[in-house]
Ligand binder design. Structure first.
Ligand SMILES: [Zn+2]
Length: 581
C-alpha cells in the first residue's frame, strides 16, 4: 500500500471536510455544504462517505480527501499528504532524500542571508543612508520585520564572510544565487551590494530569493537585481506577498495584483492585506494556478498609458481563458503614479480605487468605441472586430452572452448578426466550399461529432441516465433501447459494464461524480419514480441525439452539394432516411 492509500484508509473524507465546513446530512452516507471554492447561497457541494469522495456541482471541483486538503490549504500534493499523515499517525518515507536535502539546505542558507541583511539594516553603522531611505519609504520596524526587508552593504564579501562563519560553503552560496564566481582566480563575491533587500518568500513563507534595489542614485548598475533561477527559486512560480495575503485573499475572495514590491509592502502596512505582485511580468500559468487555490477573482492595478500597460492587458488573456474574473484598477490622477504613492498620500485613495475596479470588458468596450462614429457602418464593423475576439475568450457562456447583448445594444444591431460573426470568426480559416475531414462523422454512429450542436445537453442527459442506473442497477433490465451508440464514449463503457462500475479503478472519478449526482437528485425517490425518470431521460436523450445527427447530415449535405460530390450526397441521403424513418 502506498502512503496516499494508507492515509486514505485511516482517515474519513467526511471527518476531514467536516473540520472545515458545516456538513448537513443528505441521505445515507452523503452530506452537503456550501462550497468553499465558489460563492453560493444554496449548497451544491456534496461529500459521499462510501465512495470517500466529494464533488461540487456549482464549480465542478471534486476528488478525494487529499485533493480537498490541497484545495483548502493551497498546498501541493506532498504537503497535503504530510499534513494528513500526521493526523493519521503515519510516518511518510522521503521521496528523494538527496534532492529534498538540498532544497532544505538552500532554504536555510537563504534564511541566514535574510537575517544578515535585516540585522545590517537595523544596526550597521554602514547602513545609515539605507535606514534614511527606508524611513522615507515608510518602512517601519513592524513592516520591515514582516516582509524581512534588509540591506546588503557596499562590500564584495560582507555576506560571504558572515555566511562562512555559520558553516555555509561557497558551493551552497552559489547554488542559492547569493554570490557569483570570481573572474579572477578562485572564490566568489557578493551578488548584492549597497542595495535595499526584499526577501522573496514562497506561499509558505520560506525565503527563496531576493530582490535588491539600488540605493546610490548615480550608479551605473541596474536599479533592481534579482536572485537568478535556483533549485528553490523560479520567478514564474512565485508571487511576492502571497504568503501574507493568502488568508485575506480567500476571505475577501479577491486578489489585488500590483506591479512593484513596494506597492505590496505599503498596502499591507495600510491594512489592505489581499495584495500581491508578480514582479513586473505578466501573470504566468503557474502563478495563476497558485492564486486559483484562494480565489478566481483578480483586480489588477493597471496604468493604461504606461509602456507596460499593453503587456499587462495581454497577460490578462491567460487569466480570463482560465476562467478568472478580471477587473482593472485605474488610479485617479490625484492618487499619484502607483499604489505605493497612493497609500502614502491617503490609504483611502487606494482603497477606493480597488473598490471602483472595472470589469476588463468594460475597459475593452470603452477603448473600442473611443473616437468612432456609430453612424458610420465601417466604424461599427471595426468596433465589433475589436470586441468580438475578447468576447470569444470568455470561458463562461452566460457571461459571454451578457457581453454579446451589450455589444448588440451599443451598436444597435441584432444579436443574431453578432452571434453569426462570433461563430464565423471562431471556426478558424476554413475556406467556403472545402470540407473539413474532422466534421465528417467517420462511422455510422448517430452520436454527434465533437464540437457539433447539443453536446452539452446530450452529456447532461447521459449522465442523468447513468446516475439513476448506478443508484438502482436493477432498472437496467427495463431499458428497451440500445444506448451504447448514443452515450458519449466514457459513459457508454460504463453502461456496458455496470456491474463492475463500482470497482473499476480507471473510471473512479467519473463514477464518484455520478454516484454523488444520484445522491443529489434522486435521494428520496421511490423505485417507480426513478423508473419514470429514467425512461424520460432516455427518450429526451434519443431525441437530442437524433436531432443533432440530422443537423450534422444537413450541414454535410450542403458541403457535399457545394463540392458536387454525388456519391457523398447519395450516401448522406440514405443516412438521413434511416434516421427519420
Ligand atoms: Zn463549488
Amino acid at each position: 500500500m502506498d502512503a496516499a492509500q494508507e492515509v486514505k484508509s485511516k482517515l474519513d473524507v467526511a471527518d476531514i471536510v467536516g473540520e472545515y465546513l458545516t456538513l448537513k446530512p443528505a441521505g445515507s452516507g452523503s452530506f452537503k455544504a456550501l462550497c468553499p471554492f465558489h460563492q453560493e447561497k444554496t449548497p451544491s457541494f456534496y461529500v459521499n462517505r462510501p465512495r470517500q469522495s466529494w464533488h461540487c456541482f456549482g464549480c465542478d471541483k471534486g476528488g478525494d480527501l487529499i485533493s480537498f486538503v490541497m484545495a483548502m490549504e493551497g498546498t501541493e500534493f506532498r504537503e497535503a499528504l504530510e499534513h494528513l499523515a500526521t493526523k493519521a499517525g503515519i510516518q511518510l518515507p522521503t521521496f528523494d532524500p538527496q534532492k529534498s536535502g538540498e532544497r532544505k539546505r538552500l532554504l536555510e542558507v537563504n534564511d541566514l542571508a535574510s537575517k544578515f541583511f535585516r540585522a545590517t539594516l537595523l544596526a550597521s553603522p554602514d547602513a545609515e543612508h539605507a535606514r534614511a531611505y527606508a524611513a522615507k519609504r515608510h518602512i517601519d520596524d513592524l513592516t520591515g520585520d514582516l516582509f524581512r526587508i534588509g540591506y546588503a552593504p557596499q562590500s564584495w564579501d560582507a555576506l560571504t564572510t558572515a555566511l562562512k562563519s555559520k558553516g555555509v560553503t561557497d558551493e551552497e552560496m552559489l547554488k542559492a544565487g547569493l554570490v557569483a564566481k570570481s573572474d579572477r582566480g578562485p572564490g566568489v563575491y557578493d551578488r548584492f551590494r549597497d542595495r535595499l533587500m526584499f526577501s522573496i518568500q514562497d506561499v509558505h513563507g520560506n525565503v527563496v530569493g531576493f530582490t535588491g534595489r539600488l540605493l546610490a542614485a548615480d550608479a551605473k548598475e541596474a536599479k533592481y537585481v534579482n536572485t537568478p533561477e535556483t533549485v528553490v527559486y523560479r520567478k514564474s512560480a512565485v508571487l511576492y506577498g502571497l504568503d501574507k495575503a493568502k488568508g485575506d485573499i480567500k476571505r475577501q475572495d479577491l486578489a489585488v495584483v500590483v506591479e512593484g514590491n513596494m506597492d505590496v509592502v505599503s498596502s499591507h502596512r495600510a491594512g489592505i492585506t489581499n495584495v500581491i505582485c508578480s514582479s513586473g511580468t505578466a501573470l504566468t500559468e503557474e502563478q495563476l494556478k497558485l492564486v486559483s487555490r484562494f480565489t478566481k477573482n483578480l483586480a489588477i492595478a493597471f496604468d493604461a498609458d504606461a509602456a507596460g500597460g499593453a503587456a499587462t492587458l495581454r497577460g490578462l488573456d491567460l487569466a480570463r481563458s482560465q476562467d478568472f474574473n478580471v477587473k482593472l484598477i485605474t488610479l485617479p490622477p490625484e492618487a499619484g503614479k502607483d499604489p505605493d504613492d497612493a497609500v502614502t498620500k491617503d490609504p483611502d485613495l487606494w482603497r477606493r480605487a480597488i473598490a471602483d475596479a472595472t470589469d476588463v470588458m468594460d475597459w475593452v468596450f470603452r477603448n473600442a468605441f473611443k473616437n468612432r462614429s456609430l453612424s458610420n457602418p465601417e466604424d461599427k464593423k471595426r468596433i465589433a472586430a475589436g470586441i468580438l475576439p475578447e468576447i470569444r475568450r470568455i470561458a463562461d457562456p452566460i457571461v459571454r452572452d451578457h457581453w454579446v447583448k451589450k455589444l448588440a445594444s451599443g451598436l444597435s444591431v441584432g444579436e443574431d448578426a453578432l452571434r453569426e460573426a462570433l461563430r464565423k470568426s471562431g471556426t478558424g480559416n476554413r475556406e467556403p466550399g472545402t470540407v473539413s475531414k474532422q466534421a465528417r462523422p467517420t462511422s455510422g454512429s448517430p452520436f454527434p461529432a465533437p464540437g457539433s450542436r447539443f453536446p452539452d445537453r446530450v452529456r447532461d442527459l447521459s449522465e442523468q441516465v447513468l446516475a439513476i442506473l448506478l443508484k438502482r442497477p436493477e432498472l437496467r433490465s427495463t431499458v428497451e433501447m440500445d444506448l451504447t451508440g448514443m452515450l458519449p464514449a466514457d459513459l457508454s463503457t460504463l453502461y456496458t459494464d455496470l456491474e463492475s462500475a463500482y470497482t473499476l479503478a480507471e473510471q473512479k472519478d467519473l463514477v464518484d461524480i455520478l454516484v454523488i449526482r444520484g445522491d443529489r437528485d434522486y435521494q428520496d425517490q421511490t423505485p417507480a419514480t426513478l423508473e419514470r425518470e429514467l425512461k424520460n431521460a432516455i427518450s429526451l436523450l434519443h431525441e437530442h441525439v437524433k436531432t443533432s445527427a440530422r443537423r450534422q447530415i444537413e450541414e454535410d449535405m450542403r458541403q457535399a452539394e457545394l463540392m458536387g460530390d454525388r456519391d457523398r450526397i447519395l450516401q448522406l441521403t440514405q443516412r438521413f432516411k434511416e434516421l427519420t424513418s
